[in-house]
Design a protein around this ligand. Sequence first.
Ligand SMILES: C[S@@+](CC[C@H](N)C(=O)[O-])C[C@H]1O[C@@H](n2cnc3c(N)ncnc32)[C@H](O)[C@@H]1O
Length: 210
Amino acid sequence: MLDDELGSSELGTLEFWEARYDSEIQNFKNHGDPGEAWFGEDIVDRIIKWISENVDKNVSIADLGCGNGHVLIELAQLGYTKLIGLDYSEKAICLANTIKDNQSLNIKYEVNDILLGLNGVYNVIHDKGTYDAISLSENSKEFREKYRINVHSALEASGYFIITSCNWTEEELKEHFKEGFELHCTIPTPEFKFGGKVGSVVSICVFKKK
Ligand SMILES: C[S@@+](CC[C@H](N)C(=O)[O-])C[C@H]1O[C@@H](n2cnc3c(N)ncnc32)[C@H](O)[C@@H]1O
């Protein structure tokens, strides 16, 4: 059933992310380790390739739940200039700023709870793993709806919303975002076969604002 919720987990809480980024700040300071690229480098490469082939360098791009900022860092290195990372964890923003300052990159970071509304309006909105985390909160159904409404209001007309999820399939994402968005394309991800059925572990959908 498409309406099934995932059940709550600590990944759906701010306390979890604050504690996690606190230890990642220490790791970066002590060992220069910037931390994890959620879902792995191969997935990041696929997203960056799609953006670089389809999105002009001068458009505004917001990364929701940016964590350590690794997607924005790759985009900055390719010449994108209007980049903003938003995360509700102050520690995530502190980590992302520390990493950025080390490399003198032109990226802005702000503490922003997406469920309270986004700071600004953007041509492209990107999310890798953040809708997943929100889907694991106690009020997930209500929060997912708020998320959809807030992303929709913060996207310029015909803007792209690129979402990567390991919790929801392409079909489920299409259903969740059918109001206000239309599927533009999917970015292929590695597939597996089990019991005669082919599936993907991670889904990447690119929606356009209707
Ligand atoms: C699974 S991590 C993904 C981090 C990053 N996007 C990546 O791909 O590595 C989820 C991120 O979403 C952030 N997050 C969760 N709920 C949020 C909310 N309501 N507003 C803003 N950020 C949120 C967390 O702090 C965390 O950085």
